[in-house]
Write a protein that binds this ligand. Structure first.
Ligand code: ADP
Ligand code: MG
Length: 246
């Protein structure tokens, strides 16, 4: 058997604030291979902490984390940054785009850090923007784009490397319900193309589009269920048409 993409074993994360310890994760065991996985749970249950550990943005206090078979719990900062750049893309609730640069330049940024040369960088960034349906808006700046379009730029930026894993903390949290379903339809396409997507959501309506739902409570897994994902593309056809954007 091959290694799962993600293997978490007895993951504990404790934040120390003065003389107070906050046990954000209290022993999480989780294997994730492929799929569109929704992480749910009440505010403060440890969702963001878990995403930060999975995304190699933060290290667990104890426990073992194997990503593509490599033990990241033992890696130093540089090694972590390296594996992050190579396999993981991030999407946030607030998009986190650079406001004074074009969609194209935003998407090129991770390639610039990876040392990809100009022409190849433009080509790949354009391709990623086409993949998310923004091929016609590559020179627009974020303030000329709707929230849904901005999130698409962020998703293009997240997949422009050779991303196998996309980590998204409440990616539809700032979007209206139709736009949220559009973003889920895009995630479902990327999932079918082989990218594993882990997203945090508060909304059962959004989690319905996932192939697996993991619920956290007080830093431990409360449930973990595979399900038939609702088809977001089919759902869109039943919704009123979007507002026309010029
Ligand atoms: P969620 O995303 O589910 O709302 P979090 O992972 O953000 O939960 O937080 C889990 C717990 O850890 C909460 O009690 C929160 O206050 C605490 N926590 C999160 N980040 C930090 C931090 N950087 N420093 C101290 N405590 C933190
Ligand atoms: Mg959170």
């Amino acid at each position: 058997m091959t290694e799962p993409l993600i293997h978490l074993e007895s993951i504990v994360k404790t934040y120390v604030m003065g003389d107070v310890e906050v046990r954000a994760l209290r022993g999480v065991d989780l294997d994730i291979d492929q799929g569109l996985i929704a992480i749910m749970g009440a505010s403060g249950s440890g969702k963001s902490t878990l995403m930060n550990v999975i995304g190699c943005l933060d290290r667990p206090t104890s426990g073992k984390y194997l990503l593509t078979g490599q033990d990241v719990s033992k890696m130093g900062h540089n090694e972590l940054a390296d594996i992050r750049n190579k396999v993981i893309g991030f999407v946030f609730q607030s998009f986190q785009l650079l406001t004074r640069t074009s969609a194209l330049e935003n998407v090129e940024l991770p390639l610039m850090y990876a040392g990809v040369a100009g022409r190849e960088r433009h080509r790949r960034a354009r391709e990623a923007l086409e993949r998310v349906g923004l091929g016609g808006r590559v020179h627009h700046h974020p303030n000329q784009l709707s929230g849904g379009q901005q999130q698409r730029v962020a998703i293009a930026r997240a997949i422009v490397g050779r991303t196998r894993l996309l980590v998204a903390d409440e990616p539809t949290g700032n979007l209206d319900s139709r736009t949220s379903v559009e973003i889920m339809a895009l995630f479902q396409e990327l999932w079918r193309e082989g990218i594993t997507i882990i997203l945090v959501t508060h909304e059962p309506d959004i989690a319905a589009y996932a192939s697996r739902v993991v619920v956290l409570k007080d830093g431990v897994l409360r449930s973990d269920v595979e399900q038939q994902a609702r088809d977001a593309r089919a759902e869109l056809a039943t919704l009123p048409p979007p507002e026309v954007l010029t």
